[in-house]
Design a binder for this molecule. Structure first.
Ligand code: NAP
Length: 210
């Protein structure tokens, strides 16, 4: 309820009910790619696959890791090509031996000049063009630092806000990290498109108003 996505310890499984998580998987199925930051990869070791009986007609979405220092361990599920295709967006000088190993495994590695969110999105868009990915939205699943970087760069068009009836408090990890906004006029605003109960949870959909 209070906009937190994990406890301070990093524990986050599971916050929402199974029907809400199943719905989240259906959003995955309607996406060209699912993006996470290295903080999420390190904390959760996500597989970013389709589960809960969800199938994507056009094939599973590309898994995308934003990891400028390539801190994610080689044993991560995102680095296992048997679990899905992964694009790693990193820096040219990050962990050369690890980049070589990932390349050997057949993962796609791209370098985003400058490493900011805009450069990473341009790199991802170019890759999706290169592999002729379906023309579908890109879903960013977090965490809060990456979400804030995208909001600061005004690259967020829609938000699916899945709210469980639980409170974690200010010491927990935020859905959106610091934005550094100094006036209300500068705060990104969204219009609510829908609010749908999902078991004990509420699924809200917001669209950016510009
Ligand atoms: N409840 C949920 O649904 C949910 C979903 C996702 C995550 N989570 C939780 O969220 C927590 C992780 O979130 P987090 O905020 O700590 O980490 P995060 O946003 O997943 O990743 C942060 C890291 O991403 C890297 N990064 C790559 N590109 C970046 C960019 N353009 N701007 C900023 N950073 C960029 C940075 O490391 P480099 O500088 O090394 O690149 C940064 O430290 C975990 O506890 C996880 O369980 C919960």
């Amino acid at each position: 309820m209070d906009g937190k996505i994990a406890l301070a310890s990093g524990e986050s499984r599971w916050i929402t009910a199974s029907e809400t998580r199943a719905f989240a998987h259906s959003i995955r199925a309607d996406s060209a790619a699912i993006v996470v930051g290295s903080g999420t990869a390190l904390a959760d070791d996500p597989e970013l696959s389709l589960r809960h009986g969800v199938i994507a007609a056009q094939g599973p979405p590309l898994r995308v890791l934003l990891d400028r220092r390539l801190r994610t361990p080689l044993g991560a599920k995102l680095f296992d090509p048997t679990l899905g295709s992964t694009l790693v967006i990193t820096s040219a000088d990050a962990e050369p031996a690890k980049q070589a190993e990932l390349h050997t495994r057949g993962l796609a590695i791209r370098h985003a000049d400058g490493g900011d969110a805009a450069a990473q999105c341009a790199t991802l868009a170019a890759y999706l063009d290169e592999v002729a990915a379906p023309d579908l939205p890109i879903l960013v699943e977090g965490g809060g630092i990456v979400a804030a970087a995208l909001l600061r760069a005004d690259l967020v068009d829609e938000i699916w806000w899945m709210r469980a009836p639980v409170i974690f408090g200010a010491d927990a990890r935020p859905a959106i990290a610091d934005l550094g906004i100094d006036s209300l006029a500068a705060a990104p605003r969204f219009a609510r498109v829908s609010a749908t109960p999902s078991g004990p949870d509420l699924i809200e959909r917001y669209r950016r108003t510009r």
